[in-house]
Design a protein around this ligand. Structure first.
Ligand code: PMV
Length: 345
């Protein structure tokens, strides 16, 4: 057995999917049925330090300064076990993770968390992984995390191989590709705190929604058109496609048995508000999208931001608005061998 090299700190940001990952061809290896596409966001970061320590009896997890146990700890241990097996080490780890945004807000998608854990854990265990290999490792923690390894516009290729070797994220365009594009995020006040884990919810959609096969069939064309619209910075086409995709995602959720309803009254008022703003402008000035939660991301351009704000800022039930842009990918903050003195992470 080789000894663990020590500690590393890695930072990653959440991403919002424009084409959603929803359904696996292999749930164990987290191999999806369809390729997905996302934007990594700026300003919000998860920073995670993994420290492999000889003699530590078990893995520990601190989330935002508090000792965590139960499911969050089990999920972390599972990914650490993969890392240990690959690195040929046995040491247990102390993991400290914090978000610079409210964790309970529902914006703390598992994406930034598992991308940061994979980045810190791999480096602390002495593994030198390529971006592709790191995305594949993060994917095992939470599918969408594989996209947070990269900044800007990112594609997660579903691949076909049963072993998942052709399933990974890759960067399409960097964060500064389209400076005009903004994501106004509405944090809604009535969002429930507890919800079914996405990994289980999507399995239920795959096995019960009569709309799911139709969605899968239409996705390759939508994704190809979306990639072209992003490449050409064609906001109107992108906004139409983002709405179409979000509606398709919501349809398969609502036709799942039992139905999955992630939206609240406030979320629905926001979706209606975007539709009304586009109708009154006579062109798509914005697009809404949401994940398996109630907060709503609204994409628009800087040129139409004031108009969008006039249309939506008074929608009741919004606790807070954030204005975000595409942001950078995951990055190593520090690394040090075990036992390094003060100043080490
Ligand atoms: O990565 P997970 O297992 O949390 O699933 C993410 C599911 C969605 O956020 C709804 C879609 C996506 O592609 O991010």
């Amino acid at each position: 057995m080789r000894r663990a090299v020590g500690r590393a700190t890695y930072e990653a940001a959440p991403n919002i999917a424009l084409i959603k990952y929803w359904g696996d061809r292999d749930a164990e290896l987290v191999l999806p049925n369809n390729s997905s596409l996302s934007v990594t966001l700026d300003r919000m970061r998860t920073r995670t330090t993994v420290s492999f320590e000889p003699g530590l009896p078990q893995d520990t997890l601190q989330l935002n300064g508090r000792r965590a146990s139960g499911q969050p700890l089990e999920d972390v241990v599972e990914l650490l076990d993969v890392i240990r097996a690959r690195a040929g080490i046995r040491d247990r780890a102390a993991v400290r993770s914090s978000n610079n945004f409210p964790t309970a807000s529902g914006l703390a998608s598992s994406a930034s968390g598992f991308a940061a854990l994979a980045g810190a854990g791999a480096r602390a265990a002495g593994l030198a992984l390529s971006g592709r290999a790191l995305s594949q490792l993060a994917r095992l923690g939470s599918g969408s995390a594989c996209r947070s390894v990269y900044g800007g516009f990112v594609e997660w290729r579903a691949g076909r191989r049963p072993d998942g070797r052709d399933c990974y994220a890759r960067p399409l365009y960097p964060a500064d590709h389209w400076p005009e594009l903004v994501d106004r995020v509405a944090i809604v006040r009535d969002a429930p705190v507890k919800r079914v884990r996405s990994a289980l919810a999507m399995q239920s959609t795959v096995s019960t929604s009569p709309q799911y096969p139709g969605r899968l069939a239409e996705l390759p064309r939508r994704a190809a058109r979306m990639r072209r619209a992003i490449g050409a910075r064609d906001a109107e086409t992108l906004f139409e496609l983002v709405i179409e995709e979000c509606d398709s995602f919501r349809l398969v959720c609502e036709t799942t048995d039992p139905p999955l309803d992630y939206l609240t009254g406030t979320s629905r008022r926001l979706l209606d508000g975007v539709r009304a703003a586009n109708a009154s402008a006579g062109r798509p000035i914005a697009a809404y999208t949401h994940d398996a939660g109630a907060h709503v991301h609204i994409f628009t351009t800087r040129g139409d931001l004031a108009r969008l704000r006039r249309a939506l800022d008074r929608v009741p039930g919004v606790e807070r608005w954030l204005t975000l842009s595409p942001g950078g990918g995951g990055r190593l903050v520090r690394a040090a061998p075990y036992g390094a003195g003060p100043g080490a992470p």
